[in-house]
Design a protein around this ligand. Structure first.
Ligand code: NAP
Ligand code: GDD
Length: 327
């Protein structure tokens, strides 16, 4: 049985990846931080075969102890402070976790190592946010980075240090440059889930309006369940490398609203959406659109869920979750 260690197991991607790897007969170990993390129970309810272990990306000794204890074949580093807006008000913490956390996890892998015949393989969750003020469209593995947020800057550090450990120490370290991916498990702070959750509440008469910031920005939105397969495929290759993972389509937040409200049976979303400058960012990423042809040809990976299917899946899930609530 292969052994996988996942940081960020309580997040959207960690929950999908743990189920995916269990389905491939892995023993999955998930890193949980904090004294009594309420999301740990959620993970165990969804996947009782996961073994939870304590650790924090801010604490190198905890990560070394974890790699020694678990002796993983594969490490998936998904843990991060991942909310771009919050990174503007907590830049120091973001750099600590999202940036230096990668270095610490790499150091733990380098120091503990695994056997010569079976070195630990490492996956880094890089991000399309690194392209920021994009130099070309679509963006591919060769497109220069121009991050627009402390989160993006921290991710560039995480990406570059992963490449450096691969080149300097020969680690089997790969980096997935993933474009936005969403699901019913997406955090409520992100714009897609904020919209589908609020819309479900509007439909049930529990909310009147949605307050949003810039709705002209465009993102390449895919389904998280599809994207975790690409992470695993990267670690099955003989050689480590970097891959863009994306759908190749881009849609504005306005278009997301169009589809979501149509699915919910409304002709027009404008009466329900108000602008609130508190959700604007000091610097914005206007447009992201990925070229995943390398992942298609080298990994055989392709997304399965379309934009419309994704929006519908999220709205329908939020509607049934809201209906199940008594208040
Ligand atoms: P998410 O839902 O926000 O999950 C983040 C995870 O990181 C949570 O499990 C959180 O655990 C953990 N974490 C936070 N601080 C930590 C610390 N100090 N030590 C250990 N773990 C910590 O994010 P996601 O959407 O699943 O994304 C997974 C990864 O992919 C992240 O690195 C994100 O930046 C990156 N990414 C995401 C996307 C996307 O569109 N979703 C695109 C590109 C890249 P707690 O329960 O303790 O908070
Ligand atoms: N969150 C949020 N809330 N975003 C809003 C809102 C709002 O009320 N109104 C407009 N937006 C706009 C943001 O300004 C941004 O242009 C877009 O909606 C998407 O915002 P998010 O859903 O917060 O995602 P993100 O693109 O900033 O970051 C996500 O994707 C990155 C990959 O490109 C996160 O998952 C990052 O962790 C990830 O790396």
């Amino acid at each position: 049985m292969k052994r996988a260690l996942i940081t960020g197991i309580t997040g959207q991607d960690g929950r999908y990846l743990s189920e995916f790897l269990t389905g491939k007969d892995y023993q999955v170990f998930g890193v949980v931080r904090g004294q009594n993390n309420p999301k740990a129970e959620l993970v165990l309810n969804e996947n009782p075969s996961v073994e939870l272990v304590d650790g924090d990306l801010r604490d190198l000794s905890s990560l070394i102890a974890l790699v020694e204890q678990v002796q993983p074949d594969e490490v998936y580093n998904l843990g991060a402070m991942s909310f771009v807006q919050l990174s503007f008000t907590q830049p120091d913490l973001t750099a600590e976790i999202t940036g230096l956390g990668v270095l610490r996890m790499l150091e733990a892998v380098r120091i503990v190592g695994g056997t010569q015949n079976n070195p630990v393989r490492f996956y880094q969750a890089s991000s399309s946010e690194m392209f920021g003020k994009v130099r070309e469209t679509p963006q591919n593995e060769m497109t220069p980075f121009h991050p627009r947020s402390p989160y993006g800057v921290a991710k560039v550090f995480g990406h570059n240090i992963t490449v450096n450990y691969r080149e300097a120490y020969g680690l089997h370290a790969s980096s997935g440059i993933l474009f936005n991916h969403e699901s019913p498990r997406r955090g409520l702070e992100f714009v897609t889930r904020k919209i589908t959750n609020s819309l479900a509440r509007i439909k049930l008469g529990r909310q009147n309006q949605i307050s949003l910031g810039n709705i002209d920005s465009a993102r390449d939105w895919g389904f998280a369940g599809d994207y975790v397969e690409a992470m695993w495929l990267m670690l099955q290759q003989d050689e480590p490398d970097d891959y863009v993972v994306a759908t190749g389509e881009t849609h504005t937040v306005r278009e997301f609203l169009d589809v979501a409200f149509r699915v919910a049976g409304y002709d027009d979303w404008k009466p329900y959406v108000r602008h609130d400058e508190r959700f604007e960012r000091p610097a914005e990423v206007d447009l992201l659109m990925g070229d995943a042809s390398k992942a298609h040809s080298a990994l055989g990976w392709k997304p399965k869920v379309s934009f419309e299917q994704l929006v519908q899946m999220m709205y329908e899930n939020d509607l049934s979750e809201e209906q199940a609530r008594t208040h």
